[in-house]
Write a protein that binds this ligand. Structure first.
Ligand code: UDP
Ligand code: MN
Length: 251
């Protein structure tokens, strides 16, 4: 029996949501022994997500947790101004702590709905015993951000340009935590109230105190198996115009 991958995906309603989740689900369906924990940023679970999950035929858990208005990014606001997916990831972590046997073999991974995943990334993370790390493409203003690995195969820092002195200068898509280690540290979670770019560090500090304990994956962090792609919000101007025309004149 392969160790299980618990993949946690926050998601929210927007025009591209079904396209993103279709693409992601069609990747995850190819991964053996993966349990998908999908958490909608919404007041309640939607039919769209429920139907999509049912069609995958894979093991999943469907949850919801709404981001309060104070933490929601406003329409004209820059996307990096506020953290995203915090309460949703925490809802998934709480579900895991309540439902997973503490002796189960596996890992926890955060799979945002808009990234691009090569199947290799799942092979790399599956046997991680502490915290596994690997490069992430198209992030931090670079083609790739990667952990710095020395000649002895130890992680000794982070090859990033933006804020390289963070304890863990790594994107959410670039690490997985061993399940038993995760279960042994009930305080490990995310917080809205952290400095920009410090979500990963805030979470990981609960599980690793020294870089010595971090496992470099993907051929000593030389291969890129996941990309922090971001999907354009499509300009639906014709949709908006047609909706306006359909309305009876107000005067
Ligand atoms: N997300 C969410 N609610 C929001 C914004 C984002 O649940 O209001 C989810 C989104 O679907 C994704 C994750 O949080 O899975 C990270 O968001 P995004 O991809 O926009 O951020 P980025 O990767 O650019 O930091
Ligand atoms: Mn994203």
């Amino acid at each position: 029996q392969l160790p299980k991958i618990y993949a946690i995906t926050p998601t929210y309603k927007r025009p591209v949501q079904k396209a993103e989740l279709t693409r992601l689900s069609h990747t995850l369906m190819l991964v053996p022994n993966l349990h998908w924990v999908i958490v909608e940023d919404a007041e309640k679970k939607s039919e769209l997500v429920a139907n999509l999950l049912a069609r995958t035929g894979m093991p999943y858990t469907h949850l919801h947790a709404v981001t309060p208005a104070t933490w929601k990014i406003k329409p004209k606001e820059a996307w990096y101004n506020k953290p995203r997916g915090v309460l949703q990831r925490n809802a998934a972590l709480a579900w895991l702590r309540a439902n997973v046997r503490s002796d189960e073999e596996g890992v926890v991974y955060f799979a945002d709905d808009d990234n691009a995943y090569a199947l290799e990334v799942f092979d790399e993370m599956r046997y991680v015993k502490t915290v596994g790390v690997w490069p992430v493409g198209l992030v931090g203003g670079l083609m790739v951000e990667r952990p710095k690995v020395n000649a002895e195969g130890k992680v000794v820092g982070w090859l990033t340009v933006w804020s390289p002195n963070r304890p863990f200068a790594i994107d959410m898509a670039g690490f997985a935590v061993n399940l038993k280690l995760f279960m042994s540290k009930p305080e490990g979670k995310f917080k809205n109230e952290v400095q920009k770019g410090y979500q990963e560090s805030e979470f990981l500090r609960h599980f690793v105190t020294s870089l010595d304990d971090v496992e470099p994956k993907a051929e000593n962090c030389t291969k890129v198996y996941v990309w922090h792609t971001r999907t354009e919000n499509p300009p639906l101007r014709e949709e908006i115009r047609l909706k306006k025309e359909a309305k009876p004149p107000s005067d």
